[in-house]
Ligand binder design. Structure first.
Ligand code: SF4
Length: 508
């Protein structure tokens, strides 16, 4: 009969409780473990796809900028293929900090596989991300070439949209001219009072860092004042000029209405997406809050990247205006878009001016013989002028000042006006009429319905998966580079998703 060794049996017999056999943890020991770097990641891991694609690309523009060459004194540099792969994989993983990548290189198997267990300094990574603007543009085009070769880009239909990305600045960093000048004066005084870092009581490193921070602050404040001058110059009304503000943290950022319906410092990222496979074929960043003037440069970017214009572009109402329509006609690009939303400004403005509803435009009758409108008091508002505003022609009619001054209804019709009452008749331009007719066809409406699904897919991917909800860098040039890295990563992710097949490991 088998011997009962359970605790209960031992206790029943009244024997002493035996000690549990357990594994001891020894944290004092030193271990040497062999690491087979190639086995750190699976064959189907996307990092292999990134490396496989990057080594296929022509990276000559990156190599051309390297000064360390064989036969000359100097240290070898990190291979651009490695630095590009590290950044692409990090962005894919939602990591956009050079310090974080350097940390990951110390312990993360994927980063260790890429670097062959080496650790890349974060300065090297940070500098590489912003130092090679032209080479990065070329790399984006190279990847588009690969995707085009795979049949993922046709340019038959391109959906274009803009998305606001928060700047690396707070709303509180926006100041008016007087405040910026005060801060700049203070910063200059502090810089002048700075002593020799070698004589400081603090460590030299800390003292130098403080001095560098002060100089950078002074430089940023100077740039903010220059930006403020530009903002003021772009405004016509004196009252608007006085309200102009610039950020002392990121002078090139602008206050924009963002997706959460809140105003804050941001940049407007313009993304053109090919409808065939949702590949980004053009990316740009602008300081303009409105999208109205952004379609033409976007089409030019696509042409510069791929050597041809899209056959058709699909946009929302923010891009639909007379100038853009004319530009697309000239470029022979078919434009599909919603009509701009009509705002209720006219009644609001009349109400603000104190005009009684009995004297709103509908109370005035058109008199064909007089080529003007007849007011409720029977006076004629004669044709005065015609002006073009967006996709509409505005015809203005005006009453004689003497008629209105003598009129007992003036207080309700045009209170406080020094000139006679005016009236504006808006008329769509022929181009807008043709566009409206096209957009009423079922074909155009069916195409337009696809817009949100295609255009907003990369926006959502870049913000949710890559994590580009807020820029980490400052200034228009650097945020453009950051956007380019994110869009490049997005395109490579699509290539992995749609085309990549893991290869077999070569025998050791
Ligand atoms: S104020 Fe001038 S426009 Fe208005 S009702 Fe009198 S005359 Fe006509």
């Amino acid at each position: 009969m088998e011997k009962d060794k359970s605790w209960a049996a031992v206790l029943l017999k009244g024997e002493q409780q035996p000690r549990v056999r357990r594994k001891e943890i020894n944290r004092q020991q030193l271990l040497l473990r062999p690491v087979e770097v190639e086995k750190l990641v699976d064959l189907g891991h996307p990092v292999r796809a990134i490396w496989e694609l990057v080594v296929r690309l022509n990276l000559e523009p990156f190599y051309a900028e390297i000064e360390s060459v064989e036969g000359v004194a100097g240290r070898p540099v990190w291979d651009p293929r490695l630095l590009i792969s590290l950044w692409i994989y990090a962005y894919k993983d939602g990591v956009s900090s050079a310090r974080e990548i350097a940390r990951l290189c110390e312990y993360h198997p994927v980063y260790q596989w890429l670097t062959g267990l080496e650790i890349v300094n974060y300065h090297t990574l940070a500098d590489f991300r912003i130092r090679h603007k032209e080479a990065l543009d070329q790399l984006f085009i190279e990847v588009l070439g690969v995707l085009s070769h795979e049949g993922l880009i046709t340019l038959q239909r391109v959906m274009h949209d803009g998305t606001k990305v928060k700047a690396c600045a707070s709303s509180k960093s926006f100041h008016r001219k007087a405040t910026l000048e005060d801060h700049l004066r203070l910063a200059r005084e502090q810089v002048e009072q700075m002593g020799d870092p070698e004589l400081e009581e603090l460590s030299q490193r800390v003292a130098k860092a403080r001095q560098r921070a002060l100089r950078e602050k002074q430089q940023r404040l100077g740039e903010a004042l220059k930006e403020l001058e530009q903002i003021e110059a772009s405004r016509s009304k004196t009252s608007e000029k006085e309200k102009a503000r610039a950020s002392s943290t990121d002078p090139e950022a602008r206050v924009m209405l963002q997706a959460n319906s809140a105003y804050g410092p941001a940049y407007n990222v313009q993304i053109s997406t090919d409808a065939q496979s949702k590949i980004i074929v053009g990316v740009g960043v602008t300081q303009a809050s409105a999208d109205a003037a952004e379609l033409e440069p976007a089409v030019d970017r696509v042409e510069a990247n791929l050597g041809q214009r899209p056959k058709q572009v699909v946009v929302d109402g923010g891009f639909t205006n007379q100038t853009t329509m004319e530009a697309m006609t000239e470029k022979q690009v078919d434009m599909i878009g919603s009509l701009p939303e009509r705002s209720g400004v006219v009644p609001n403005r009349l109400e603000q001016r104190g005009v009684s509803p009995d004297f709103y435009p509908q109370a005035f009758e058109y008199d064909r013989n007089a080529n003007g409108y007849r007011c409720p008091a029977g006076k004629v508002l004669a044709y005065e002028t015609q002006e073009r505003q967006g996709a509409t022609l505005r015809h203005r009619y005006r009453a004689k000042a003497s008629d209105c001054r003598a009129c007992e209804c003036q207080a309700q019709c045009c209170p406080g006006a020094k000139r006679g009452r005016s009236l504006v008749r808006s008329e769509a331009t022929p181009e807008m009429v043709a566009f409206q007719a096209k957009m009423e066809t079922p074909e155009a409406q069916a195409i337009y319905k696809q817009r949100a699904g295609v255009a907003e897919f990369p926006n959502a991917w870049i913000k949710d998966k890559i994590g580009l909800r807020q820029f980490r860098l400052r200034g228009l040039t650097k945020v453009t580079l950051e956007s380019l890295w994110a869009c490049l990563t997005y395109n490579i992710c699509q290539w992995i998703r749609l085309c990549w097949k893991p290869q077999q490991l070569a025998p050791a």
